[in-house]
Design a protein around this ligand. Structure first.
Ligand SMILES: *[C@@H]1O[C@H](CO)[C@@H](O)[C@H](O)[C@H]1NC(C)=O
Ligand SMILES: *[C@@H]1O[C@H](CO)[C@@H](O)[C@H](O)[C@H]1NC(C)=O
Ligand SMILES: *[C@@H]1O[C@H](CO)[C@@H](O)[C@H](O)[C@H]1NC(C)=O
Ligand SMILES: *[C@@H]1O[C@H](CO)[C@@H](O)[C@H](O)[C@H]1NC(C)=O
Ligand SMILES: CC(=O)N[C@H]1CO[C@H](CO)[C@@H](O)[C@@H]1O
Length: 837
């Protein structure tokens, strides 16, 4: 130990004595390193308490060129921390062969976070779930003898430990832990183990204890966490994951701080699921309920979701990930979520001294009403959270002698325990909506060529078995696709005598979807769902006297990412029958099957410039099953995000310049009848200015000439503000120990602001009364002042931004609705400026 390190260690030890709490027992702090400690109130950096507003942004779900913008925007949103999982199967696709290139350059990502002066939380897992293929576990783990994932099982523990130590060492080598002067303040081992502990009833606790000790022994100098647990072994901190951690979670160990590692900003979606939304108000409410009870760290899951490129998504999960997050799939601000949470972060941060150092007490103020108070009398500082947990009932409470109006399911923050500076239901931030613009490059050279996959016959296959084989064992998860082929002979008396009766091909599958072919003709397709395991394919087929060939193309949409039995999840064809023959049912189960993993187009990489010449392309025809299509297109002008509208297609994979853009599945509709996802993001870094190679593999009956290249804007901006004022709204700032008023009474005005360089071109909607609907689709209610539109036009047209009063004296009252509280609803469209910017 060097003298300097010893000195710092002594300093750290003193620190621990002064501030009772935990500190990593021993490590060699570097000169620039920080000590991360904790107690029951919060984490501390070099002995100083801090608040952590963290956002989950996963590096493999965006190209590295985009990371700086995402991190900057997160910082602008009032975050001081970025959280990411580590993706084992991306980093170690084969045992001992590592990949940290491009989107998987974890070290570059963490350094970038540090350059932006932010902290990082690294959730190593290495099981991560994350709606990521196989929950992050490499396929090859399944082939290790006697392995049981995430259990007190030596083969699993050996591989897990090897990877965790490898990653920790890699992070240490790059000096990325806070103890070394890096950004990482917390590391996570395992992930939501509480969900499956019962599956390994005998040994779950032993495994967790081992995982904790193994993690601690890596000596990172920063605390370890385990999420979705209410207790954790030793000094490991258990943390909450959920929607309402302030209401649903109790931390058992009072010497550990309340940390919320996943506050879901929506629900992730699988194909077939309805759009899952969560309002800015509800997220803000949940965060403040948690902070009111003493929470000091929240991580938004996700703050930006990004895209499941290539084959990286878990079973059935949409290619676009958490599009409803504060930054949408394309990295654009989703308002008002982004701004409303930013305001919340800035307000709490302004009062963090009272909040973190003050004495915490609480008072019940009535049924469902409570106050949480953080008071530091010696400095005359006080901060309180007034909350109304009642559904559908606004109310007024008396707190410290003053009346406060608190809307239902909302929390107000009171500065000095007096002035409302924030209420979760009072959204002053503008809303915005996306619109899509078909780029002219769509029609320029819109010439498609096609190559139909060769449908293999039994004689073309090498892997043969009496019965159909399990799918993952054949594909090794290197492809979604496995061909199954079988051949059989029919005599003339086997076939139905009547022409209108056709035999039926019936297949039971535990894969995710399947296409059937008989004698080279496409018979149809069938699919399963995330909710129900397996599915049945039943289609009439044309068979003939003599030899018939039945070929099944079985496909998976990623491997399962959750549950205790991951290694045992099987896939593929389970039963195959021909029904309706004169001679009864023909059972093909033990008929002899040939297998061929992966598509020919995948093997030859015909989606890349390198491989595109390896097959003979010809002019495209629509509606051909199992067919590759290609065209070239130029990059649309400007910087707006680029998407493909795949509405005319059914299911398959998209590649641009050899990059896997993701799986698409437009024919999988929601209950409402709309495609689960029709628009697929092509990040601009995937594009060059001219001649981009677009290749699509279509399984079903798609029409490629209908594919549109589009650009996305958020030029539709809206206000939706009620005249009702729950208290004087003021914005305060702390200047040293003094609080100063920096702005007052935003409550009766709303601001509309266009994206940079654009101006307000059109007032699409304006109503003062009780308008309904959402930005992009407002309608007038029963109360409406007809001249609102004129007033807004006068105030806003041609300007980059405008401020509108929310006041009936300006718009006049609707004579029918005099006693109601009016709301101003406005939608304007921005435009002009740099073309396409
Ligand atoms: C601290 O440094 C000493 C001497 O270089 C070394 O033996 C020891 O393993 C280091 N401890 C840790 C936790 O890295
Ligand atoms: C708040 O309301 C929710 C929903 O009604 C309820 O589940 C929860 O228990 C309530 N919490 C408290 C502390 O009253
Ligand atoms: C995997 O497939 C091979 C044949 O390709 C077979 O020998 C082996 O038994 C299979 N393993 C499992 C676990 O099914
Ligand atoms: C617009 O709102 C109306 C009623 O509020 C609804 O019926 C309609 O489906 C909405 N349209 C869109 C495109 O959301
Ligand atoms: C851990 C937790 O409670 N997360 C919640 C955060 O908010 C989302 C809203 O979608 C909830 O679904 C999560 O449960």
């Amino acid at each position: 130990m060097t003298v300097r390190a010893a000195a710092v260690l002594v300093a750290a030890a003193v620190l621990v004595l002064l501030l009772p709490g935990w500190a990593a027992a021993e490590w060699n702090l570097t000169k620039k390193g920080s000590v991360v400690t904790y107690d029951g109130r919060s984490l501390m950096i070099d002995g100083k308490r801090d608040l952590f507003f963290s956002g989950a942004i996963h590096y493999p779900r965006s190209p590295p060129e985009v990371w700086p913008k995402l991190i900057e925007r997160a910082k602008e949103g009032g975050l001081n921390t970025i959280e990411t999982y580590i993706f084992w199967n991306a980093h170690e696709p084969e045992p001992g062969k590592y990949n940290f290139e491009g989107r998987f350059d974890l070290i570059k990502y963490l350094k970038m976070i540090q350059e932006h002066d932010m902290y990082a939380i690294v959730r190593i897992g290495p099981f991560i779930q994350a709606e990521w293929n196989h929950g992050g576990l490499p396929y090859w783990l399944r082939e290790i003898d006697h392995i049981i994932f995430r259990a007190n099982n030596d083969p699993y523990k050996k591989e897990m430990e090897k990877f965790v130590r490898f990653i920790v060492q890699k992070l240490k080598d790059a000096e990325l832990f806070a103890s070394q002067g890096g950004p990482i303040i917390l590391t996570q081992i395992e992930n939501e183990y509480g969900n499956i502990k019962k599956d390994h009833a005998t040994d779950g606790d032993k495994y967790l204890e081992w995982a904790a000790q193994m993690a601690l022994s890596t000596q990172t100098g920063v605390p370890w966490i385990m999420c979705k647990q209410s207790s954790a072994p030793g000094e490991v901190i258990p943390t909450c994951n959920g929607r309402h951690c302030g209401d649903t979670w109790t931390l058992r160990d009072k010497n550990k701080p309340m940390l919320w590692t996943e506050n879901w900003t929506q629900q992730f979606r699988a194909y077939g699921d309805q759009v899952a939304m969560r309002s800015a108000e509800d997220i803000a409410y949940a965060v403040l309920r948690f902070f009111a009870k003493g929470g000091s760290l929240v991580n938004y899951y996700m703050y930006h979701g990004g895209t499941n490129f290539g084959r990286t998504g878990a079973s059935y999960v949409l290619t676009g990930y958490y599009d409803e997050a504060p930054m949408d799939e394309y990295g654009m601000y989703k308002e008002p979520k982004f701004g409303h949470l930013r305001d919340l972060h800035n307000v709490i941060r302004s009062y963090q001294k009272a909040f973190l150092l003050g004495k915490h007490s609480s008072e019940i103020l009535g049924h469902g009403y409570e106050a949480h108070i953080f008071e530091l009398p010696e400095e005359n500082l006080c901060l309180s959270f007034l909350s109304n947990n009642n559904t559908g009932e606004d109310g007024t409470v008396i707190f410290r002698g003053e009346k406060h109006y608190v809307p239902s399911r909302s929390v107000s923050i009171l500065a000095g325990c007096k002035n409302v500076v924030y209420n979760t239901k009072r959204v002053f931030v503008q809303h915005n909506e996306r619109s899509y613009h078909t780029s002219e490059v769509t029609s320029k050279n819109n010439q498609w060529e096609m190559y139909s996959e060769k449908i293999p016959k039994y004689r073309d296959t090498k892997v043969r078995m009496k019965e159909p084989l399990e799918q993952f064992n054949q594909t090794k998860d290197a492809s979604d696709y496995l061909w199954y082929t079988t051949s059989f002979r029919l005599e003339s008396d086997d076939l139905p005598f009547r022409n209108d009766i056709r035999p039926v091909l019936q297949v039971k599958s535990s894969a995710h979807s399947m296409m059937g072919f008989a004698n080279d003709a496409f018979v149809g397709c069938a699919r399963g769902s995330k909710q129900v395991k397996g599915f049945m394919f039943e289609k009439p087929v044309d068979l003939k006297v003599g030899v018939n060939h039945v070929v099944l193309l079985s496909s998976t949409m990623g491997m399962k990412d959750s549950g205790g039995e991951l290694a045992e999840v099987k896939s593929g064809i389970q039963e195959c029958l021909i029904q309706g023959l004169n001679t009864g049912t023909l059972d093909l189960q033990v008929n002899g099957w040939g297998h061929k993993a992966a598509l020919e187009g995948e093997d030859k990489e015909i989606y890349s410039e390198k491989g595109v010449g390896k097959v003979q392309w010809k002019p495209a025809e629509n509606g051909r099953a199992a067919t590759w299509y290609k065209r070239y297109f130029d990059e649309p002008d400007g910087d707006d995000p680029v998407v493909l509208d795949m509405s005319s297609m059914d299911k398959g994979m998209i590649f641009v310049n050899g990059e896997g853009v993701g799986r698409y599945w437009v024919s999988y509709r929601t209950l409402a009848g709309t495609p689960s996802q029709a628009l697929y993001h092509i990040p601009r870094p995937f594009l060059k200015s001219k001649d981009n190679l677009l290749v699509v593999f279509e399984e079903e009956m798609g029409k490629p000439d209908g594919i549109l290249v589009q650009t996305v804007t958020r030029d539709d901006i809206c206000l939706f503000i009620s005249e009702h004022n729950p208290g004087q709204i003021k914005t305060w700032d702390t200047d040293g120990d003094k609080i100063k008023l920096i702005a007052e009474d935003h409550s009766r005005r709303g601001t509309l602001m266009c994206p940079p360089e654009k101006t307000i071109q059109e007032v699409v909607f304006a109503s003062f009364g009780n308008p309904e609907g959402m930005c992009g689709n407002f309608t007038v209610g029963t109360c409406h002042t007809p001249n609102a539109k004129q007033i807004v036009e006068k105030e806003c047209l041609g300007k980059p931004s405008c401020m509108l009063p929310v006041d009936h004296t300006v718009y006049g009252a609707d004579i029918n609705c005099q006693s109601t509280t009016a709301t101003l609803g406005v939608q304007v469209r921005c435009g002009g400026g740099k073309k396409g910017a």
